[in-house]
Design a protein around this ligand. Structure first.
Ligand code: UDX
Length: 460
């Protein structure tokens, strides 16, 4: 622990797994740099405070109905959160800062998608720093949406899917980061509001590193005109930090991996939101089984439509694998990816999964589902070349089997593995003294300390 800065930061994560993890990792990083941490969170998907004894937690009722909270329509959920949280968040913040504290509140750090917090912070004259939990390259694509709308790329037409997007390097029309929603116009509105609130902030923290996303970071620096701090990968600062998992991690994942040969296992997980149809689930199962490669597969409860968990698997499927496959509801993913037996990650390319895989040098088979995942998959396969894409339309057992073999056995796989291990080195060296993220964190700390805030009542 470094010397105390005598300042307190208020952090407000978006209540989704892929956003809670990086916010709590950031909290740990800033705490280790001497800041006191208060976390405000919604009752919905609340993190477990007992995993973080050094932080103070305050929750508020978010007012989401059961239907709103359990929807798969993420843009609609974000819309509700940005509307329903305004008043209770404001009240929670007001209560906190009205009480005299040993340490003055210096700033609010809130998720980029919680755009309403900019106006709330302004109303309290409290500076707001944004945490973007996804990558910079995908954000750069979002900032180009007004131009793409003007050029008639949206709504996306099936006949244009393979066309290159000339305004954006590397992307084809099918890679544009859209999301299926009942309110497509609201999705665009959400992005526009998110971007303008981000521009009005006092700075942006990114869970990325310069060597990985330099071009996008340079572009955004010019476009957004606020200080950027790329201090990632967050989870590599301290390997002993607590897990922010909302589901229980099944530790049998690790004991099973211990029994497998080095670099042999295909780890399969599609994050915390993506869902599959019954037909897709069966193709995945048979593709994995037919690949003859050991696999560890995360199937979240209720993530396969029409099934609670594995009941759609054919009778005897697991027994017939003879121990070659292990299926869990939720895995300790970072530990899994760092395990010597893991040789590949079949992923949906959520930003956290992508970064976690890069940091362990694990090559990826990419199957993006929506939003930034599509851009991340393009960068993994066409820019960094540490994986390749399994096209969504081709979720078919023969295709899966062939792709797994290509990565695990063919020359192409060897080259990908080699590039992945070089990128891993870069992801670690940026955190060392003098490295880009190390320096960026120093700048972030100085920046926070320099912020002109109301400096809410310190005890006299
Ligand atoms: C969401 C969006 O889908 C993604 O596009 C965006 O970049 C972040 O928010 P999610 O789908 O959950 O995230 O994916 P991801 O970003 O990969 O985050 C999942 C997190 O859960 C990772 O930190 C991963 O380590 C963890 N995880 C996942 C587990 O701990 N165990 C598991 O079994 C699966």
């Amino acid at each position: 622990m470094e010397q105390k800065q005598g300042r307190r930061l208020v952090l407000f994560p978006l209540p989704l797994q892929g956003h809670i993890n990086p916010m709590l990792e950031l909290a740990n990083i800033l705490h280790s740099r001497g800041f006191y941490i208060t976390v405000i969170h919604t009752n919905f998907n609340s993190p477990n405070p007992s995993n973080y004894p050094n932080f103070t937690f305050h929750s508020f009722p978010d007012g989401l109905s059961q239907t709103e909270a359990s929807t798969n329509d993420i843009p609609s959920l974000l819309l509700h959160l940005n509307t329903k949280c305004v008043q209770p968040f404001k009240e929670c913040l007001a209560t906190l800062i009205s009480v005299a504290s040993e340490e003055p509140y210096t700033c609010l750090i809130s998720d980029g998608l919680f755009h309403f917090t900019q106006a709330v912070a302004d109303s309290f004259k409290l500076p707001r720093v944004v945490l973007r939990t996804a990558g910079a390259s995908s954000f750069a694509v979002f900032t180009a949406f007004p131009l793409l709308l003007e050029k008639d790329y949206f709504p996306i037409q099936d006949s244009r899917l393979e066309e290159a997007v000339i305004e954006l390097p590397f992307l084809k029309v099918k890679d544009l980061p859209t999301m299926s929603t009942r309110n497509p116009e609201k999705f665009f509105e959400l992005l526009t509001t998110m971007i303008s609130a981000t521009k009005a902030s006092s700075g942006i923290i990114w869970n990325t590193f310069e060597d990985l996303e330099q071009p996008a970071l340079d572009l955004l620096k010019k476009q957004l005109c606020v200080p950027l701090f790329s201090i990632g990968p967050f989870h590599k600062y301290n390997s002993a930090i607590s897990s922010g998992s909302l589901l229980t991690e099944d530790k049998s994942s690790i004991s099973w991996l211990d029994t497998q040969p080095p670099k042999s296992v295909v780890y399969v997980s599609f994050g915390s939101i993506a869902a599959t149809s019954e037909a897709e689930f069966l193709e995945i199962a048979w593709g994995l089984a037919n690949s003859e490669q050991p696999f560890l597969w995360v199937v979240r409860p209720w993530s396969v439509s029409g099934a609670e968990w594995l009941e759609l698997l054919p009778k005897g499927f697991i027994e017939n694998l003879g121990g070659r496959g292990h299926i869990v509801k939720w895995a300790p993913q970072k530990e899994v990816l760092a395990h010597v037996s893991v040789g590949a990650f079949w992923t949906h390319n959520g930003w956290n999964s992508t970064l976690e895989s890069i940091c362990e040098g694990v090559p990826m088979i990419c199957m993006p589902c929506f939003s930034d995942q599509k851009v991340n998959a393009v960068y993994v396969s066409r820019v960094w070349k540490v994986g390749f894409q399994l096209e969504n339309g081709k979720l078919e057992r023969g295709e899966i089997e062939q792709n797994i073999r290509k990565l695990m056995k063919a020359k192409e796989g060897e080259e990908i593995r080699c590039r992945a291990s070089k990128l891993k080195e870069k992801s670690l060296s940026c955190l060392k003294q003098g490295g880009s993220s190390y320096q960026s964190l120093d700048s972030l700390v100085s920046h926070i300390l320099s912020l002109e805030s109301f400096s809410f009542p310190a005890k006299s």
